[in-house]
Design a protein around this ligand. Structure first.
Ligand SMILES: NC(=O)c1ccc[n+]([C@@H]2O[C@H](COP(=O)([O-])OP(=O)(O)OC[C@H]3O[C@@H](n4cnc5c(N)ncnc54)[C@H](O)[C@@H]3O)[C@@H](O)[C@H]2O)c1
Length: 440
């Protein structure tokens, strides 16, 4: 199959690379010249484990290329994927569809022969029908179909998720489009990965429902964690005991500083907005959004408690600022709420993150970036584990504590324990949903 992929971000690039690894001929297009220049030089503009090697392999095999020129990419393509951003629209929480519609318009102007226009971006129910209208209007004579193919990959594990998905969801209106989509995903269906074929609206809804459900699960355990702290329970044990129930499952039950990232915050907001527009309020999702905000603010209070009630003049070391490990993505990361509160409160903040500096520098003004957790902790009054990168999972806590002016730790990912902290010489330790200690 010949495939064009519009957008070389986290989803477009991973999808394009993986499709080429399936054996398809893939041309990836982006309108950002810097990204295309990097890709043409063999560099990957994002941090995603394994992506560089897989990309190089398929470029070398002649199945994968990059261009700024959409017409060139579309020439002879049986499917054109739209994988552009759908961020939250300012003011109303709606998904901003301007990039998707602009891409649809451009496809309409360039396409000549039958093509399936596949939306991979996460879009509200009804968007694929809108895409169809936009293309029809711009190029009334074009023979085409639309298809919805939402993506479920997780940053940090994107290649494995794409290559070994729990399921592929495809929404179509015609058998012809279904055939093209089945052909594209044949390498997966042959290996018994399920391809679920639905109508357009159901496919669009599956993606929002799935993300809202996962955001709810995380928020539920985060709220339980707050209660655990008050009643003397240990949320790690609670999660374990809950997760062993097959009806519940153990995933997404790790308590932390609130969900963030490029998807959950914007997709929950968009779902809430879709509900309002149809007079079917998504009350659970709306509550999840509010509770998640409160959870992030609760983290600030926790840190304040370890700083004798004020950040002013304190030196604070932040370990990890990306929204999760193994990505450089800072979009809606809890760090973007927590760190500015520390800087605004008069703290001197040092940040260490294996991949976050490039994105984070502009987003976190007033902090000092260091490349080593022990340097970050030098003379500090508080160290905060905010993202559980492997680099921060096995720290020499004794060495860390010795470097600090007042050895206090806030472990917002429950990587360590009271026992570990006490043994290492920390004088105060707090985590999420478990008892802490404070010598004072
Ligand atoms: N990031 C994730 O983990 C993830 C997971 C599942 C689904 N999604 C969804 O996938 C979509 C893309 O997300 P992302 O994180 O990859 O976005 P991103 O912002 O990283 O990438 C989007 C890319 O599209 C390019 N672009 C925009 N308009 C273009 C046009 N007209 N022509 C060519 N290129 C254009 C941009 O320059 C950018 O490089 C979103 O709808 C998102 O919700 C993301």
């Amino acid at each position: 199959m010949k495939i064009a992929m519009i957008g070389t971000g986290y989803v477009g690039l991973v999808s394009g690379v993986c499709f080429s690894d399936f054996g398809h001929d893939v041309v990836c297009v982006d309108k950002d010249p810097k990204k295309i220049e990097m890709l043409e030089r063999g560099e990957v503009p994002i941090y995603e484990p394994g992506l560089h090697a897989l990309m190089a392999k398929n470029v070398e095999a002649g199945r994968l290329s990059f261009t700024l020129n959409l017409a060139e990419a579309i020439e002879g393509a049986e499917a054109v994927f739209i994988a552009v951003g759908t961020p939250t629209r300012r003011g109303d929480g709606h998904a901003d569809l301007s990039y998707v519609m602009a891409a649809a318009e451009e496809i309409a102007q360039m396409a000549k022969d039958y093509v399936v226009v596949v939306t991979k971006s996460t879009v509200p129910v009804g968007t694929n029908r809108q895409v169809k209208q936009v293309i029809k209007k711009a190029n009334p004579g074009l023979d085409f179909d639309v298809a919805s193919n939402p993506e479920f990959l997780r940053e940090g594990a994107a290649i494995d998720d794409f290559m070994r998905p729990d399921r592929v969801v495809v929404g179509v209106q015609s058998d012809k489009a279904a055939e093209v989509m089945n052909e594209i995903y044949r390498p997966l269906s042959l290996r018994d990965f399920p391809v679920v074929v639905t109508d357009l609206e159901s496919a669009e809804m599956i993606k929002y429902a799935a993300n809202a459900f996962l955001a709810t699960k995380i928020t539920f355990i985060n709220e339980i964690a707050a209660l655990c702290e008050k009643v003397g329970a240990d949320v790690k044990q609670v999660s374990k005991g809950m997760g062993m129930d097959g009806r519940i499952g153990s995933k997404f039950l790790h308590a932390g500083p609130g969900y963030g990232g490029s998807c959950f915050p914007k997709d929950t907001k968009a779902l809430a907005r879709i509900g309002q527009e149809h007079a079917v309020p998504m009350q659970i999702t709306e509550t999840v959004i509010n509770v998640n905000e409160a959870i992030k603010r609760r983290m600030i209070t926790k840190l304040e408690d370890l700083c004798e009630g004020s950040f002013n003049g304190k030196v604070i070391a932040i370990l990890g600022v990306t929204f999760k490990p193994d990505t450089d993505d800072m979009r809606d990361a809890p760090a973007l709420t927590i760190v500015p509160a520390l800087v605004g409160g008069g703290a001197k903040v040092r940040v260490c993150d294996p991949q976050g500096q490039h994105e984070g520098e502009a987003l976190l003004p007033g902090v000092h970036w260091v490349d080593d957790p022990y340097k970050a902790a030098h003379n500090a009054d508080l160290v905060v584990v905010l993202t559980e990168w492997n680099e921060f999972r096995a720290l020499n806590l004794k060495k860390l504590a010795r470097k600090m002016a007042t050895p206090h730790m806030a472990d917002l990912r429950n990587v360590y324990s009271v026992k570990d902290a006490k043994r290492a010489g920390f004088e105060a330790y707090t985590s999420i949903g478990r008892a802490g200690f404070n010598k004072d």
